[in-house]
Design a protein around this ligand. Structure first.
Ligand code: PEP
Ligand code: MG
Length: 887
C-alpha cells in the first residue's frame, strides 16, 4: 500500500519533495531531538491525488490520516474532541518551495462547545479557552466556509465600543462567550448551516481547504513569479498545538539566525508576549525585537539561541525559525532557509566561508545572480541633506522614488502605464501581491520586519519600510498624514529602505559601489569561471562603469548610438539627404572626428582590453523625422502658408523619408546591407577607429579593436566588407606611418549565417551571436511588436515557457548557436565566439553559453557582476555533474 501520511518521526530533510519544505524540516528537527510539538504530514502526492480524484480525499488517504491521528493521540495522551482532555491541532500548508503566506493555515482545530469547557477547566484559564475558540471560528470560517473575516472583525469592534474596551485583552471569558454566540450566528446566517462541531469533520474540511488553496489566485501569481511548477502540490502538516497566549509567561516569535537585511551575524527577529501563531507574521501588533527576550525570559532566550546555533550548523545556512513559549517552555514550530536581501546573501556566504562552515563553491552557489540587481542600482546621494518626513523600520534596502498609491489594483494599473509608484498601506496581505510587483517600493504603517510586506519585498529585492506608525493612513480619502503634513495620492515621495526614512518629493541619487564582501565573492567567481565576461557599451562613461564592474572587454559597441546625439543628428541627416557622393563625403568627413573622439574615450577607459566595435546597423530612416508628423507639417504649410521658405526643404525631406520608408524595417535595408550599398559610411567608421588607435599609440595606450560587421547572411557580404575595412586600415597606416593590429569578425544573427557558419568563418576572425536578432528571425517575431502584442498571452497560456527575448530559447535559437559554433570551429579551430544579445546578462542563458563552449558573454555594464557570478555557477554545476557521472 502506498504511503501518503508520515508521522514527524518518519521523515527527514531530504524528503522535501514528498513532505514539503515545512514537513521535511519538522521531521528533521524531531530527529535531532529538538522540542517540536508532535504531528504528521500528509504528502504532496496526496494533494495531486486529491486533484486527480476530482477534489476528493480518497478512502485510502482518509484511512491513513485517521490512523496517524490515532498515533498522535496516543503520543500526546489527548484525544481530538474529548471534552475532558482535548487534542487541539494546527493545519498548515507546506509546499516544496516556501511560499510565505500564500496558502491557508488553521489553528486551534478541535475546539467546539464542549472541548472549550474542557480547555477552560484544564488550563484553569477560561478567558484563554474562549478566546482560542473564537479565533478558531474566525479562521476556520474564513478559510474553509468562505465567510470573510471582516464580518467577525466588525462585530468585535462594535462589541468593544459598546463595552468601552480599548483592546482585546480587556475582554473577559464572559465577553468572549457572548462574542462566540454572535460569531456562530454570523456563520449560520452566511452559510445556512451551524458551525461544525465534529472535530473530525473540521479536520477533513480543513485539509481539503489547504489542498484547494494550492490553486488560489495569489498562490498561482506567486508560483508564476517565482517559477515554481504548478504540478508540485502542497503537503499538509497536522501538528499538536502549543499556546503562546496563555499569559505573560507565554509568547510567540520569529527569528533569523543572522540579519536577513544586512547579513550581520547576530540573532535577529521579533516576538510578542501573550500572543498566538500568526500575530507576529500578520503584522497586526508591532512586536518586540528578539534581543529584549534575553531580559524578559533569560532561560528561554538562552535555550533558543543555542537551538538557533545548532540549526544553522546542521543546515549550514541561515535559518528562519518560528517558536512559541508556552508557560515558560520553548517549542520550535518551524525552521527553513531564511529569505534574505542580496546584501545579506553575499555577506552571509562570505562570512560562512571564513567561519569554515561552507566552502567557496557553496558560497558562490548561495547567491542568486538575479538578486544582485538590488545592489547595482542607485542610492540616495549621501551629501544631500535629507529632510525626513518620518521614519519606520528598515525592512528591505534600496532607494526608490514614486507617486503614492493606496491600493494594489491602482498600483498595478499605473505600473502598467510605466509610472513609478510607491504602495502605501496600513499592512499588506497576500492579496496585494500584484500591487507589490508593480510598485517600486512598499510602505506600511503597521507590522514588523517579518510582516508580509517585509518578507515579500525582500524576496523581490524591492525597497520596503514597515511599522511606520507615525503615518496615519486614510484609505477612503486616499491620503496619509504625518503630524500636520498631508500627502495625497499621486504626490511623489522618496524612501530609503536601508534606513527606514521617508522623504517628500524626488531626491538626487548616486551610482552604486560594490561592498568588500561583494568584491571578494566576485574575485572567487573570477578564479572559478572559465567563461569571459564583457560589456555592451557605446560611450566612455559606460565603458568606465563596465571596467569598474570587472568586464574583461567590450563585446558590443553599437556605433549608431554615437550618431544619435542631438548635435550630430543634423549632420547624419545631411549625409542621408546628400544628392551625390561628394555631398555625402562632406557630411561623413564632419562625422569622422566625432566618432574618432568617442572611440578614443572608450579605448582609453578599457585599459588595453579588447573592444568589439560594430559598424552601423539600423535602417537610415531611424535618423530622420517621423513620416506622419512630417506629412502633417508639410500639409499644414501647403494650405496655410504656401510661400513659407522652409516648405521646399520640408517637401524634400518628406520625399526622402518616403523613399526610405519600408514595410518591414527590421528585415529591410539595415546592417551590412547599408555598408554594401553605401560603402563610404563603413569606410568612414573604420577610418575613425584606426585614427583613434594611431592617436592613442602615441600616448602609450594599447588597443585591441575587433571590428564587427552586422547582419551578415551570406559569406559574400562579409568578404566584401572585410576587404573594405582592410583597405581603410592600409590607407590610415600609410597616412600615419603607424602599423597596428586589429581583427575583423561578424555578428551571427540571421539563421542563414548560423547554418553556413563554416563558409562565413573563412572570412571571420570571430563570431558574436546577436541573439536579439537571431531570436527575432528564428521565431519570425518582430522584436518591437511581439512583447507588447501577443507574447505576454503566450507566456500566460504556457504556449511558450519563457519570453525568448529574455531567456534564450535553447531548443530553437540555441540549436542555431550550437550549429554556428560547431561549423565555425570546423573551419577555424581558433575562432573566437561570444554572445552580445540581451541573453548575455541572463543566468540560464549564460549557463547555456558555457555549455556550448562560447568564449565570452557580453551584457550591459550593470549586469557584469551578475554575469561573473552566473559564469562561475555554470562552471561549478558542470564540475558537479561530471563528478556525479564518474561516481
Ligand atoms: C542582437 O541582435 O542580438 C544585437 C546585439 O544587436 P542589436 O540588438 O543592436 O540588433
Ligand atoms: Mg542585431
Amino acid at each position: 500500500m502506498k504511503k501518503f501520511v508520515y508521522m514527524f518521526n518518519e521523515g527527514n530533510s531530504r524528503m522535501k519533495e514528498l513532505l514539503g519544505g515545512k514537513g521535511a524540516n519538522l521531521a528533521e528537527m524531531t530527529a535531532i531531538g529538538l522540542p517540536v510539538p508532535f504531528g504528521f504530514t500528509i504528502s504532496t502526492e496526496s494533494c495531486n491525488n486529491y486533484y486527480d480524484e476530482g477534489k476528493r480525499i480518497s478512502p485510502e488517504i482518509e484511512a491513513q490520516i485517521l490512523h496517524s491521528l490515532k498515533v498522535l493521540e496516543e503520543k500526546t495522551e489527548k484525544k481530538l474532541g474529548d471534552p475532558t482532555n482535548p487534542l487541539l491541532v494546527s493545519v498548515r500548508s507546506g509546499a516544496v518551495f516556501s511560499m510565505p503566506g500564500m496558502m491557508d493555515t488553521i489553528l486551534n482545530l478541535g475546539m467546539n462547545d464542549e472541548t472549550v469547557k474542557g480547555m477552560a477547566h484544564l488550563t484553569d484559564n477560561p478567558r484563554f479557552a474562549y478566546d482560542s475558540y473564537r479565533r478558531f471560528i474566525q479562521m476556520f470560517s474564513d478559510v474553509v466556509l468562505d465567510v470573510d473575516t471582516f464580518f467577525f472583525e466588525q462585530l468585535l469592534e462594535e462589541y468593544r465600543e459598546q463595552k468601552g474596551y480599548a483592546s482585546d485583552p480587556e475582554l473577559t471569558a464572559e465577553d468572549w462567550q457572548v462574542v462566540i454566540a454572535s460569531y456562530k450566528k454570523i456563520v449560520k446566517d452566511r452559510t445556512r448551516k451551524e458551525f461544525p462541531q465534529d472535530p473530525k469533520e473540521q479536520l477533513f474540511l480543513s485539509i481539503k481547504a489547504v489542498f484547494d488553496s494550492w490553486n488560489n489566485q495569489r498562490a498561482i501569481v506567486y508560483r508564476r513569479l517565482n517559477k515554481i511548477p504548478d504540478h508540485l502540490g502542497t503537503a499538509v502538516n497536522i501538528q499538536s498545538m502549543v499556546f503562546g497566549n496563555m499569559g505573560n509567561d507565554s509568547g510567540t516569535g520569529v527569528a533569523f539566525t543572522r540579519n536577513p537585511s544586512t547579513g550581520e551575524n547576530l540573532l535577529y527577529g521579533e516576538y510578542l508576549i501573550n500572543a498566538q501563531g500568526e500575530d507576529v507574521v500578520a503584522g497586526i501588533r508591532t512586536p518586540q525585537p528578539i534581543l529584549t527576550l534575553e531580559r524578559e525570559m533569560p532561560t528561554v532566550f538562552q535555550q533558543f539561541s543555542q537551538t538557533c546555533h545548532l540549526l544553522e550548523k546542521h543546515y549550514e545556512d541561515m535559518q528562519d525559525i518560528e517558536f512559541t513559549v508556552e508557560k515558560g517552555k520553548l517549542f520550535i514550530l518551524q525552521t527553513r532557509t531564511g529569505k534574505r536581501t542580496a546584501q545579506a546573501a553575499i555577506r552571509i556566504a562570505v562570512e560562512m566561508v571564513k567561519e569554515g562552515l561552507i566552502d567557496k563553491n557553496t558560497a558562490l552557489l548561495r547567491v542568486d545572480p538575479d538578486q544582485l540587481n538590488q545592489l547595482l542600482h542607485r542610492r540616495i546621494d549621501e551629501s544631500y541633506a535629507r529632510q525626513i518626513l518620518t521614519k519606520g523600520l528598515p525592512a528591505s534596502p534600496g532607494a526608490a522614488t514614486g507617486q503614492v498609491v493606496f491600493d494594489a489594483d491602482e498600483a498595478e494599473a499605473l505600473g502598467n502605464e510605466g509610472k513609478k509608484v510607491i504602495l502605501v498601506r496600513p499592512e499588506t496581505t497576500p492579496d496585494d501581491i500584484h500591487g507589490i510587483i508593480a510598485a517600486q517600493a512598499v510602505v506600511t504603517s503597521r507590522g514588523g520586519m517579518t510582516s508580509h510586506a517585509a518578507v515579500v519585498a525582500r524576496g523581490m529585492g524591492k525597497a520596503c519600510i514597515c511599522g511606520c506608525e507615525a503615518l496615519k493612513i486614510d484609505l477612503k480619502a486616499k491620503q496619509f498624514f504625518v503630524g500636520e503634513t498631508v500627502i495625497s495620492e499621486g504626490e511623489m515621495i522618496t524612501i530609503d529602505g536601508a534606513t527606514g526614512e521617508i522623504m517628500m518629493g524626488e531626491i538626487p541619487m548616486i551610482e552604486p559601489q560594490l561592498s568588500e564582501e561583494f568584491q571578494l565573492l566576485l574575485q572567487w567567481a573570477d578564479e572559478t569561471r572559465k567563461l569571459g565576461v564583457r560589456a555592451n557599451a557605446d560611450n566612455p562613461e559606460d565603458a568606465k562603469k563596465a571596467f569598474e564592474f570587472g568586464a574583461g572587454g567590450i563585446g558590443l559597441c553599437r556605433t549608431e548610438h554615437m550618431f544619435m546625439d542631438a548635435k550630430r543628428v543634423p549632420i547624419v541627416q545631411k549625409m542621408i539627404l546628400a544628392e551625390n557622393y561628394a555631398e555625402r563625403k562632406e557630411a561623413l568627413n564632419e562625422l569622422l572626428p566625432m566618432q574618432q573622439g568617442d572611440f578614443e574615450g572608450i579605448f582609453d577607459a578599457m585599459h588595453g582590453f579588447p573592444v568589439t566595435i560594430r559598424l552601423l546597423d539600423p535602417p537610415l530612416h531611424e535618423f530622420l523625422p517621423d513620416k506622419e508628423e512630417l506629412l502633417v507639417e508639410v500639409t499644414k504649410l501647403q494650405i496655410l502658408n504656401p510661400d513659407a521658405p522652409e516648405l521646399v526643404e520640408k517637401e524634400l525631406l518628406l520625399k526622402k523619408v518616403r523613399q526610405l520608408d519600408e514595410f518591414n524595417p527590421m528585415l529591410g535595408h539595415r546592417g551590412c546591407r547599408l555598408g554594401m550599398i553605401h560603402p563610404e559610411i563603413y569606410e568612414m567608421q573604420a577610418k575613425a577607429i584606426f585614427y583613434a588607435i594611431a592617436n592613442l599609440e602615441d600616448k602609450g595606450v594599447s588597443v585591441k579593436p575587433e571590428i564587427m560587421i552586422p547582419l551578415v547572411g551570406h559569406v559574400n557580404e562579409l568578404k566584401e566588407m572585410r576587404q573594405l575595412v582592410i583597405d581603410s586600415a592600409l590607407q590610415v597606416q600609410e597616412e600615419t606611418g603607424k602599423s597596428f593590429e586589429y581583427s575583423i569578425g561578424t555578428m551571427i544573427e540571421i539563421p542563414r549565417a548560423a547554418l553556413t557558419a563554416d563558409e562565413i568563418a573563412e572570412e571571420a576572425d570571430f563570431f558574436s551571436f546577436g541573439t536579439n536578432d537571431l531570436t527575432q528571425t528564428t521565431f519570425g517575431y518582430s522584436r518591437d511588436d511581439a512583447e507588447g502584442k501577443f507574447l505576454q498571452a503566450y507566456i500566460e497560456n504556457k504556449v511558450l515557457p519563457e519570453n525568448p527575448f529574455a531567456v534564450l530559447d535553447r531548443d530553437g535559437v540555441g540549436k542555431l548557436v550550437e550549429t554556428g559554433v560547431k561549423l565555425g570551429r570546423a573551419t577555424k579551430p581558433e575562432l573566437k565566439t561570444g554572445i552580445c544579445g540581451e541573453h548575455g546578462g541572463e543566468k540560464s542563458s549564460i549557463d547555456f553559453c558555457y555549455e556550448t563552449g562560447l568564449d565570452y558573454v557580453s551584457c550591459s555594464p550593470y549586469r557584469v557582476p551578475l554575469a561573473r557570478l552566473a559564469a562561475a555557477q555554470a562552471t561549478i554545476r558542470k564540475q558537479e555533474k561530471s563528478l556525479q557521472v564518474q561516481v
